[in-house]
Design a protein around this ligand. Structure first.
Ligand code: FE2
Ligand code: FE2
Length: 192
């Protein structure tokens, strides 16, 4: 079986219908962003199709997978094991699928919180994951406005702004790595 069929099979096998639909919708947006910003479309397809394949594992499965493979995880992921689905999926991308692509790995690894090392493909997946058309937490106007921005950095920065204002409302502190990336994005976007 080729690697693309293996990925399709895994999405089919491991995800419920709503999450499969989310994955396919995120993949379409991610690949469109990759084409628009001249990123590798094949890596965008792999990362977006694979990003949630461990999302329906239960807490015990995620914790034991992370321990068994000695995955490096953040303090937040230790507190909220559901978030380990990103670290598990990134590891499985290489370990199970044999797909060794640093950009795709970084995109899958950091698709939950964002991270300074997530890279351009990481931004594309984060944006796609946040605003694919099945998402109901944003309006169509917000989605169109985000997609009309001129760079992935601007889109990412705007999404962080939306998320951080929600966090303030809920009295949650953003992750240190997310804050670091936020400040970097601000500097980059001011210079654009
Ligand atoms: Fe996810
Ligand atoms: Fe997702």
């Amino acid at each position: 079986m080729d690697i693309f069929s293996a990925v399709r099979d895994e999405v089919e096998r491991s995800l419920s219908k709503p999450r499969r639909d989310h994955t396919l919708a995120a993949q379409e947006v991610c690949c469109a962003l990759a084409r628009r910003f001249s990123l590798e479309e094949e890596a965008a397809w792999m990362a977006s199709m694979w990003h949630d394949t461990s999302r329906e594992w239960n807490r015990e499965q995620l914790i034991s997978y992370a321990a068994e493979h000695a995955l490096e995880t953040t303090a937040l992921e230790k507190r909220v094991p559901m978030l380990l689905h990103a670290a598990a999926a990134a590891h499985r991308l290489v370990y199970e699928l044999g797909y060794e692509h640093a950009g795709a790995w970084g995109a899958v690894r950091w698709h939950t919180t964002g991270h300074p090392d997530m890279g351009q493909l990481g931004y594309a997946l984060y944006v796609a994951d946040f605003l694919e058309p099945m998402r109901t937490h944003i309006t169509r106007e917000q989605r169109d406005r985000l997609l009309s921005l001129d760079s992935l950095e601007l889109m990412m920065l705007e999404i962080y702004r939306l998320q951080f204002s929600y966090f303030t409302h809920e009295d949650i502190s953003p992750e240190p790595a997310s804050l670091q990336l936020y400040h970097r994005l601000r500097r980059v976007c001011e210079a654009q």
